[in-house]
Design a protein around this ligand. Structure first.
Ligand code: BES
Ligand code: ZN
Length: 898
């Protein structure tokens, strides 16, 4: 059964708007309880579509007047829209529409539209929040030029910001003041923003290549200025990078970032006025970890890069969301890699991105929410800001780059801007530009087939079998692809899959890759690394002049978002772990060795007992003289419980957890001396810097300390926990402090409680650190069901509130998403807790509730008793009559997955 009221929106039903809004003049009288909005628009009928009444979006607004060309007109409300029938068939040419309405920012708990936070006013308009500010054609293909006047009490709201350039400001009576802003770039309503608050800014002038000067500003609350240096540096680096790599300059005189404590998402790319969750702005060494520093760099980059990919060229409709998000994630990933520098640091970033994809997108593609990168339908667009649209979308762009080359891709981007700058376009337009700029590439002749990546949901599976023929010295690789059905898509057609690969000899050397009938390239030698393009369901690739039976290294760098079944043996994987020149596959080999052992234990229902070859291989990595610390860390962390669970047909989360914990403990014990040596060798001295080498060392030191504490506790020895506590107390930065705290908590040391208490005392005035404090407790290792009880009691802590999204996530989502063993309880108490929280959050913040609801996507994969208890909890949520469309869409889909 489909939900009662909310309609399903379909991509194929797209029609152009009946009217264009060319310009809009907005005037705000800001008051928390009742803000007055005067909205004067210049409209024009769209003569390309049949004459229709004007229908404007509006939500949670009070309308006070409507004037057309200065005259009052009759209007009606229909299906949540404001309808003006008399405008049907108005003569072509401009007319004005003036609307007055009010809204109540302080009552806006959805954090969509205009709301208050920390005593200031902020907006969030993507995707459909502008209709909660005023009546409008709130769709991305309607682009207008905005002039915005803000009026507010000067003492309470000294800073008044909107998009574009400040054109006027001054005093008003009654202690009020005003500011007037003009944004010369036509933009869709979702990119509108305003801020009125008591803020201060870090400022920096930069000069772009054309010689123009631009003012960069990072606005935060008084007292947070000392935490803005990294965000500003990241912004400067972003400006420089986009100009260097893609010739895309900053097009604004002034570029502002504003941090706000209550924010549903990470950050938002409003034209010239990016609004950020404080989590992605504020950092100093004492309060932020290395991961936080890297997160800030990538999110600042991401939102800045949207200025071209999203704002200058935007989406025709929300089905095209990946046009801006997939492309911009690809760009922020490339930015972070270029910033990382060394080949090894780039690989670490790539591995991290692939881990994220496998952790969130692969499960999505295999579950009830599976949808194509360009979805065909939705009920609530907010539910489609997904890992598929973002992360798989970025992989699709990355594959295009692999097929046309790095320079070819840059040419494609240039053509894309030549053709579509200033317009609202589709994913087809993007792919066409990349192909047209590269007519002789592997992409151009196969573009139609390649675009199946946009239209087909599901993760393709590639199977590979190699056969070596000694007499002819040939090696034949058979590649086959398939893709399982997803909801609404039973049959899948073959994809175009770029398969980066190499062949490795038994001595570990890379072998030259000469395909059958291939002449010697001009360089005089055959490559050691190449990309095969698989486009049929089944294809053979024959290599000649192969001297010995090789081990294939396939899908190097994770060149396509697929799963690979290549039938490699342990011996093959050990060889790759030792010798592969591709760092991604080297890491992957280690993960596969670990995964095989975890799966064997879980499937067989037996205790995991690590074998000597595996332990020796891990030891060799840990002791390796030249491998980077961060790479060692990645190899030595076993695959996550979620990733292991995805490989199973029926999941008992407790068994998966026990097997993984057993693996960690055995690695801790077997490599005790090596961990101690790694810990000592990974100390970072001197001032804090978030550079890849220091980050890698701190990461490995933290992992080692956790292992050493775990091993000590198992032996009843207290030396390492004591050292961890000392390190916790003396730490010079948050990465080391949190690492030591996690080591104590993770090992169930009795020093964990005093450390947590001390941590709270030290940071009780730092909200982002208190979020960490809640999270650490919600993700503590389970023992006798105590974590859930702890989380419940923390809900009554004076610092806890469900109203702040970061805080809600730090405790509730942390438990439900990041602590499987504490969440999936045989007594169903975790699921009952989840349902209660979803139902509690839904009326105040449906977007946040819907994100939490998605925790149960994979319920049907669980083994009993978890499965039936989980279904019952989902059903209980679905049974609530006045559920938001957001949550209803998620739980309805989940229940359809029986
Ligand atoms: N445009 C989005 C923000 C957004 C998301 C608005 C959903 C409305 C609904 C922004 O560019 C974005 O993608 N932010 C990400 C972080 C980014 C680095 C992937 C976010 O907020 O999580
Ligand atoms: Zn984005």
């Amino acid at each position: 059964m489909r939900e009662g009221t909310a309609p399903l929106i379909r991509r194929e039903d797209y029609t152009a708007p009946a009217f264009w809004i060319r310009s809009v003049d907005l005037c705000f009288d800001l008051d928390p309880a009742k803000t007055l909005v005067i909205n004067r628009m210049q409209l024009e009928r769209n003569v390309d579509v049949p004459a229709q009444p004007l229908k404007l979006h509006g939500e949670d607004l009070s309308l006070t007047r409507v004037l057309v060309n200065g005259e009052s007109v009759s209007f009606r409300h229909d299906d949540g829209m404001l309808v003006i029938d008399s405008l049907q068939g108005v003569p072509p040419g401009p007319f004005t529409l003036e609307i007055r309405n009010t809204c109540a920012p302080e009552k806006n708990t959805h954090l969509s539209g205009l709301y208050t936070s920390g005593g200031g006013f902020f907006t969030q308009c993507e995707a459909e929040g502008f209709r909660r500010v005023t009546y409008f054609l709130d769709r991305p293909d309607v682009m207008a030029v905005y002039t915005v006047t803000l009026r507010a009490n000067k003492q309470a709201y000294p800073v008044l910001l909107s998009n574009g350039n400040l054109v006027e400001q001054g005093e008003l009576d009654n202690g009020r003041h005003f500011a007037k802003w003009h944004d010369p770039f036509p933009k869709p309503s979702y990119l509108f923003a305003l801020v009125a608050a008591d803020l201060v800014a870090r400022e920096q002038w930069v000069t772009t290549r054309s010689g123009k000067n631009h003012l960069l500003q990072v606005y935060v609350r008084r007292g947070d200025l000392d935490k803005t240096e990294h965000a500003m540096n990241s912004l400067i680096a972003s400006v420089v990078w986009d100009e260097a790599r893609f010739k895309l300059p900053l097009d604004l005189e002034r570029f502002m970032i504003v941090a706000v404590g209550d924010f549903n998402m990470g950050a938002m790319e409003n034209k010239g006025l990016n609004i950020f969750n404080t989590k992605y702005v504020l950092a100093n060494p004492a309060t932020a970890t290395d991961a936080d520093y890297l997160g800030i760099e990538s999110v600042v980059g991401h939102e800045y890069f949207h200025n071209w990919t999203g704002n200058r060229i935007t989406c025709r409709d929300w089905f095209q969301l990946s046009l801006k998000e997939g492309l911009t994630v690809f760009r922020d990933q490339e930015f972070s890699m270029d910033m990382a520098g060394s080949a090894s640091a780039r690989a670490v970033k790539r591995i991290d991105d692939v881990r994220t994809l496998r952790l969130s997108q692969f499960p999505e593609d295999a579950g009830p929410m599976a949808h194509p990168v360009r979805p065909d339908s939705y009920v609530e667009i907010n539910n489609f800001y997904t890992a598929t649209v973002y992360d798989k979308g970025a992989e699709v762009v990355r594959m295009m780059q692999a097929l046309v080359g790095r320079d070819g891709f840059a040419r494609g981007m240039t053509l894309y801007f030549e053709r579509h700058d200033g317009r609202a376009v589709t994913c087809d337009d993007f792919a066409q530009a990349i192909a047209d700029a590269n007519p002789h590439s592997e992409l151009a002749p196969r573009l139609g087939q390649f675009k199946r990546w946009y239209s087909q949901a599901g993760t393709p599976k590639v199977s590979a079998r190699g056969r070596y023929d000694a007499p002819t010295r040939t090696y034949t690789l058979l590649l086959e692809q398939s893709c399982a059905p997803t909801p609404g898509q039973a049959d899948k057609q073959p994809y175009v899959i770029p398969m980066a690969m190499g062949l490795i000899g038994r001595d570990g050397r890379s072998l030259p890759l000469q395909l059958e009938d291939e002449p010697m390239p001009p360089s005089g030698s055959f490559p050691l690394d190449r990309v095969l393009v698989l486009s049929e369901a089944r294809e053979f690739f024959t290599f000649v002049n192969v001297d010995e039976e090789p081990v294939p290294s396939l899908l190097r760098g994770f060149s396509a978002p697929v799963t690979l079944a290549d039938g490699l043996t342990d011996a093959d994987l050990l060889l790759l772990l030792q010798h592969d020149t591709d760092p991604f596959n080297r890491w992957e080999a280690g993960q596969r060795l670990a995964l095989a052992r975890l799966l064997a234990a879980v499937r067989g229902g037996v205790e995991l007992a690590l074998d000597a070859p595996f332990i020796d291989a891990m030891r060799a990595v840990l002791r390796h003289p030249t491998l980077d610390a961060s790479f060692k860390e990645l190899v030595l962390i076993p695959p996550s419980e979620i990733y292991v669970s995805e490989q199973l047909e029926s999941v008992d989360p407790q068994r998966v957890h026990s097997a993984r914990e057993a693996m960690r403990l055995q690695l801790a014990q077997a490599l005790r001396d090596d961990w101690a040596a790694a810990f000592e060798a990974s100390q970072v001295h001197g001032g804090y810097s978030p550079d890849p080498v220091s980050v890698g060392k701190r990461g490995l030191a933290n992992l080692a300390l956790g292992m050493l504490c775990m091993d000590s506790m198992a032996r009843g020895d207290t030396v390492w926990p004591g050292r961890a506590y000392q390190r916790f107390k003396d730490a010079g930065n948050m990465t080391e402090r949190q690492g030591a705290l996690l080591a104590l908590v993770g090992a169930h040391s009795e020093l964990a409680e005093p450390a947590l208490a001390r941590f709270y005392e030290l940071f009780k005035n730092e909200p982002l650190v208190i979020d960490k404090w809640f999270s650490i407790q919600a993700t503590a290792p389970e023992s006798n069901g105590r974590v859930l009880a702890k989380v419940k009691s923390l809900m009554s802590h004076p610092d806890f509130t469900l109203k702040n999204p970061n805080r809600a996530r730090s405790l509730i989502a942390a438990l439900c998403m990041n602590n499987p063993a504490a969440f999936h309880r045989a007594d169903a108490a975790g699921y009952v807790f989840w349902a209660d929280r979803v139902l509690e959050l839904d009326p105040t913040n449906p977007q946040l509730a819907a994100r939490l609801a998605r925790v149960m996507d994979r319920w049907s994969r669980l083994a009993d008793p978890y499965r039936s208890a989980a279904r019952e909890a989902v059903s209980r949520v679905a049974a609530k009559p006045d559920l938001s469309n957001d949550v209803r869409e998620i739980v309805t889909r989940a229940l359809s997955d029986a």
